[in-house]
Ligand binder design. Structure first.
Ligand code: DAH
Length: 342
């Protein structure tokens, strides 16, 4: 019996376990219920009583040896298969995947460029709320009650309270800034404005404006012309012409519409400029003294100019975009074209 035990011990020690199959084989031969060791345990009953104890101990040691070899081989085998599975196969010859960068929205780019140009003339940045009251959007700007100019702007009023509306222009911010500061004031107010218009290639119910105004002693129309002349040359290039066309706004006197020479036909006449050679980019004028007084600014001492421009308008002219709806549809094929434009 002891000889058999020793022989099996040698066999176990010499056994080469290489893979799943030899491991299975080892298990069958030694550690399974019908293996060689289990058979020896069965034979234990034939051993004389006085030897049973010591032979039993030897058998137990043998069993533990077989079990230990099995577990050791099993663990090693498991580690190598796990390691093989967890290392992803990398093809180092593949080209690098291009990074996907987001692009700035053309309106943000144009707005920032406009602000940059004016801030070099000393304008600071202000802002006001999109939900306005009648005073700031209309009354303080000299729109009398029931004046048709209020309808001209197709206002969205709050049904429950017609004193509250979505601002129809950024001129409301002029009032807010003038109420809270004394001249000299030189400020810009960019923002979103709302009008009850049907959406088409040329009109939208939500769009953006940049308002600017300057109030000080002795500010004149010449100062307004100089500032806008500078802006147009910086924004569109030195060969673009600017003209001021007499117009009417309740809050400026005199008032003028700002036109620039058509960028498409260079002033010769085309569809974009309706054959006139000129396109409008905004309104302007000298702030009406009554508007200054409405904001407690002494109109005898101070004068001011103001202007308001459509940001979409400027972007459409600069990048020759023909449909206003493209700005809000968020089609990436449109948006990503502007990523490299300064
Ligand atoms: N608020 C006017 C509009 O939306 C534009 C405008 C005209 C603004 C003349 C001004 C201005 O500041 O002086 O149609």
């Amino acid at each position: 019996m002891l000889e058999k035990i020793q022989a099996i011990q040698k066999e176990i020690e010499a056994y080469v376990i290489e893979g799943v199959e030899t491991l299975e084989q080892f298990k069958l031969e030694f550690t399974s219920r019908k293996g060689k060791i289990a058979t020896l345990f069965d034979d234990l009953k034939t051993v004389p009583n006085e030897l049973k104890r010591s032979v039993g101990q030897e058998l137990n040691t043998l069993k533990q040896l077989a079990q230990a070899r099995f577990e050791e081989a099993f663990a090693a085998f498991e580690n190598t298969t796990n390691a093989q599975q967890s290392v992803p196969k990398i093809d180092l010859s593949l080209p690098v995947a291009a990074d996907q960068y987001g692009a700035r929205h053309p309106l943000s780019m144009v707005r920032e460029r406009m602000i940059e140009i004016f801030s070099r003339l000393g304008f600071t940045l202000g802002e006001g709320p999109e939900i306005e009251d009648d005073w700031h959007n209309f009354t303080a700007l000299n729109f009398p009650e029931n004046h048709p100019a209020r309808e001209m702007q197709d206002t969205f009023f709050l049904a429950k309270n017609p004193d509250i509306a979505l601002r129809t222009h950024t001129s409301s911010t002029q009032i807010r800034i003038m109420e809270s500061q004394q001249p000299p004031i030189k400020a810009l107010a960019p923002g979103r404005v709302f009008r009850n218009e049907a959406i088409s290639a040329r009109a939208h119910c939500v769009f953006h404006q940049l308002e600017g105004f300057y109030i000080d002693e002795n500010v004149s129309f010449l100062d307004l012309k100089k500032a806008l002349y500078h802006f147009v040359k910086e924004m569109f290039g030195a060969d673009v012409q600017i003209r001021f066309r007499p117009s009417y706004f309740p809050f400026t006197e005199p008032s003028a519409e700002i036109d620039i020479s058509c960028l498409i036909c260079k002033g010769k006449g085309c569809n974009v400029c309706k054959q006139s050679g000129w396109v409008e980019i905004g309104g302007s004028g000298m702030i009406d003294p009554q508007v200054l007084e409405n904001c407690h600014i002494d109109a005898k001492k101070y004068a001011g100019y103001a202007f308001g421009m459509g940001i979409e308008r400027i972007a459409m002219l600069k990048y020759q975009i023909k449909d206003l709806r493209l700005f809000t549809e968020n089609d990436v094929r449109f948006l990503k074209q502007f990523s490299n434009l300064g």
